[in-house]
Design a protein around this ligand. Structure first.
Ligand SMILES: [Zn+2]
Length: 349
């Protein structure tokens, strides 16, 4: 933890207990049970704790939340992971410095997570009663022309026959990536569409590019056999990183297939399909608002090696980038299936 956040927790501890900071170990303050809820009255509240209770809300209630800060990049909503809990599970979120709305899917106590609360102000008020979140999300896969050949053909290693092989397997790789991603998102409200499928009115796009990108970024990995750091994929525009709470149904991401050069076993098409499909699913996770996770799974940070295996979305503690670097939030759980249940309207409503 960085020093300012320790101070903030310490301040809360002192305010609650009327004692000096030095005598209150921080771990005695459990924000899920020990803090008063922020009032839902439309007035600006200064937030001192990384996790702040915002009261109990019933299913169907619409909340309007405005966080003003120059520190945190996003705001998240949590439900208690269990009664009398010491951890919360992410059920929604949104951007900072402009309002977002959240429709409560299940009656629950709710908590606001700000990765850097210092100096943040929060306004909580009722949102538009007729607001309904989307029932699902469409994601269209696009493939640049000759993306695989551009990515993997190396004139020093390959001859024209190799080039022909790469060109000949491109259709199988395209359809294999689509099939694998559909399997990953089966039983979720997320619909994967191929380049030739009819386009719905609203959709996100994940494009497969032949580029090799070596600037480090949120999904950077060290290329096998070298010190070179490659960027395997990212949400666009660069630096956006994630769409907390899935507020944008038309966002875009890219997978840089060229960055995988040297990692594939070239004689097995599945060994090409699996990492590319997993990386596409990882970027789709970011478009839907999923964070990086501490445990191996599709949302793990360093993609290339783990993705040789077939991974799934899994429940895990999250990893956030704070001022000092990546940090595991031990009291914040990401459970993709539960999160999808909360951010999308049920089909029966
Ligand atoms: Zn990522």
């Amino acid at each position: 933890m960085s020093a300012p956040r320790k101070f903030a927790l310490c301040f809360v501890a002192a305010a609650l207990g009327g004692v000096s900071c030095d005598s209150v170990p921080q771990e005695q303050i459990n924000p899920f049970t020990d803090l008063e809820p922020l009032p839902f009255d439309g007035t600006p509240q200064v937030v001192l704790s990384e996790i702040s209770p915002i009261g109990k809300h019933r299913a169907g209630e619409v909340l309007r939340i405005t966080v003003t800060t120059d520190r945190a990049g996003a705001a998240y909503l949590l439900e208690p992971d269990e009664p009398r809990t010491t951890a919360g599970v992410i059920v929604g979120g949104g951007p900072v410095n402009r309002p977002f709305v959240y429709r409560v899917a299940r009656e629950s106590e709710l908590f606001l997570l700000l990765e850097s609360p210092d100096g943040a102000s929060v306004v909580l008020e009722p949102g538009p009663r007729d607001y309904q979140p989307p029932r699902g999300q469409n994601i269209v896969l696009e493939f640049e022309t000759d993306f695989l050949t551009e990515a993997l053909f190396d004139p020093e290693l390959h001859d024209s026959a190799d080039r022909d092989v790469l060109l000949s397997i491109e259709p199988a790789v395209r359809s294999g990536i689509l099939a694998r991603m559909r399997a990953i998102f089966s039983d979720t409200p997320v619909t994967l569409l191929g380049p030739d499928d009819p386009r719905p009115d609203t959709f996100s796009v994940i494009s497969y590019s032949g580029l090799r990108v070596t600037e480090s970024g949120p999904d950077a990995a060290v290329a096998p056999g070298s010190e070179e750091i490659v960027l395997l994929g990212e949400v666009l525009p660069r630096g956006r990183g994630i769409d907390p709470g899935n507020q944008d149904p038309k966002d875009q991401a890219v997978v840089y297939v060229g960055s995988f050069r040297g990692t594939f076993v070239m004689d097995a098409v599945n060994n090409i399909i699996n990492p590319l499909a997993a990386t596409g699913a990882h970027e789709a996770g970011h478009l839907l608002g999923l964070n990086h996770t501490a445990l191996d799974g599709l949302m793990t940070r360093n993609l290339s090696f783990a993705f040789q295996r077939q991974l799934d979305f899994q429940r895990s503690q999250i990893v956030l980038d704070v001022g000092t670097g990546p940090e595991i939030l031990t009291n914040v759980i990401q459970d993709p299936r539960l999160y999808f249940d909360r951010i999308f309207s049920a089909a029966t409503e």
